[in-house]
Design a protein around this ligand. Structure first.
Ligand code: HEC
Length: 443
């Protein structure tokens, strides 16, 4: 290349990045804010912030690599099958733009990308929570290198009844918190929520056979006249799960006195004892929601064809299915597929009575480290008589790098929750259908 050409090239390059920049930078800023900063900011969920230019300069090569390899942002759903409103995936254009920008040392970026606002610790929501409900005491996870499963009761009291339009689970100790499924319950006025124990530890083998009434009695949550608690909301958190924030008019009722019961709180194995004190952040609704969010979890009916409840060692193509018929018209808000380390891929769709297929989700390469409540772009109507189909495939061979056992061994399927077990769940957040739901945006 002649000096002249080189000069032109440099000038073009430089002008492209250093001058005619503001628009391109605005777009980049928006991408970064939407797809990185929800986790990568001071006090955020990720281990480091990406708010400052210096944060990018320091990790320039590494960031390029994780973007190119689709490692970051973490997003496992196939966007061609169905795209979601909380998608963190970068499309081709966004990827190219970011990589080019990185290559040129982040032109347009001043010292700070976003204004340094004080966000609540670990939160992904750009708003101060209205209520923080924290485990009253830290729980000590034993250093025995085994999974620990507990059920934990957190009572709360506020000045008056209200409504909630968003909720976030904030793991206290990210090194050990594996997942949490929780319910918010109202208790009878005469119940002393603070009486009885704070928690119990599950025997991992019996975890799938928990009984509400036993647990409520154990925690002293049943009223004098045998009044059972009422479930108001139910949801879960897994690594990668976004905050659950609902549009106007959707949410759930929160009485001034109630309990968040973490029904299934799973801690990963650790060689040394660790403490955890996790929290919930609640965001109150500005108006009274008239749509109450429902939660449904489905599991396979006939877990294994041979009735042995096992995924045999070296079986790399084990399949499981869920088929459910809907009896009412419902509107789907979000979908959450769940498997453990042997998971390979997951597909879910509904077939209407007119034999139309409604694509719901496809996860081509399952990664148990990143699970999500995938929120649809608009409410999805599933009419009565439709059948929901889900298909999951598992790899229990040594080709699966996530296989917890080497050499592989027989793994229990849908039987208990210990480290030697696998499962298949399809969780839906839904509303009873109302006219016009098909056009209600969830963006
Ligand atoms: C849903 C939350 C989330 C989003 C969104 C996200 N990250 Fe991350 N990121 C994480 C977490 C958590 C880790 C730590 C991963 C670990 O320890 O395995 C991480 C790690 C990283 C790493 C280090 C890689 C490694 O293997 O340790 C880089 C670099 C990175 N992220 C860049 C980005 C960029 C750039 C974006 C946006 C384009 C982004 N991330 C979006 C949560 C997120």
């Amino acid at each position: 290349m002649s000096i002249y050409k080189l000069l032109c090239f440099i000038l073009l390059f430089a002008s492209g990045f250093l001058h005619a920049q503001p628009e391109e930078y605005r777009e980049i800023k928006q991408i970064v804010e939407q797809k990185c900063l929800s986790c990568h900011r001071t006090n955020g969920y990720a281990p480091f912030g990406l708010e400052k230019k210096d944060d990018w300069l320091k990790r320039k090569k590494f960031i390029s690599y994780v973007i190119q390899q689709n490692i970051m942002p973490p997003w496992k759903a196939d966007e061609h099958y169905r795209s979601f409103s909380n998608s963190k995936a970068l499309n081709k254009h966004e990827k190219e733009l970011l990589l080019k920008w990185l290559e040129a040392d982040m032109p347009g970026m001043n010292v700070q990308l976003i204004q340094p606002t004080i966000f609540a610790q670990g939160s992904q929501v750009l708003r101060k929570p209205d209520l923080i409900v924290r485990m009253p005491k830290p729980f000590t996870v034993p250093g025995n290198n085994k999974n620990t499963y507990i059920c934990y009761k957190i009572p709360y009291e506020i000045d008056q009844d209200t409504f909630v339009s968003g909720i976030e689970f904030i793991p206290g100790n990210k090194a050990v918190v594996h997942h949490a499924s929780y319910q918010i319950i109202a208790v009878a006025p005469d119940v002393n929520m603070y009486g009885g124990p704070d928690y119990f530890v599950y025997d991992a083998d019996t975890l799938n056979r928990v009984r509400d009434d036993h647990d409520y009695a154990y925690f002293n949550l049943i009223g004098e006249g045998n009044q059972m608690p009422i479930e108001l909301y139910h949801n879960g958190w897994l690594p990668g799960t976004s905050a659950q924030v609902y549009p106007e008019k959707m949410g759930f009722y929160l009485p001034k006195k109630g309990v968040i019961l973490i029904r299934n709180f799973h801690y990963s194995p650790t060689p040394v004892a660790q403490q955890d004190q996790s929290s919930f952040y609640l965001y109150f609704a500005s108006s009274v929601p008239d749509r109450k969010i429902g939660f449904a979890a489905f599991k396979p009916k006939n877990p294994t064809p041979d009735g042995q409840w096992l995924i045999h060692a070296n079986d790399s193509q084990f399949k499981s299915h869920i088929n459910v018929r809907f009896h009412n018209d419902v509107s789907l808000l979000a979908i959450n597929p769940h498997m453990h380390q042997l998971g390979k891929n997951f597909l879910a769709y509904a077939v209407t009575p007119a034999q139309d297929t409604i694509k719901l989700i496809h996860i081509p390469e399952w990664d148990h480290n990143w699970q999500e409540f995938y929120r649809f772009r608009t409410l999805i109507k599933i009419s009565a008589g439709s059948v929901l189909h889900a298909e999951a495939e598992y790899d229990n061979s040594s080709k699966n790098p996530e296989n917890p056992f080497s050499p592989p061994k027989d793994i229990l399927f849908e039987w208990g929750m210990n480290e030697e077990s696998e499962m298949m769940r399809l969780v839906l957040l839904y509303l009873p259908y109302a006219n016009g739901d098909e056009t209600v945006s969830l963006e």
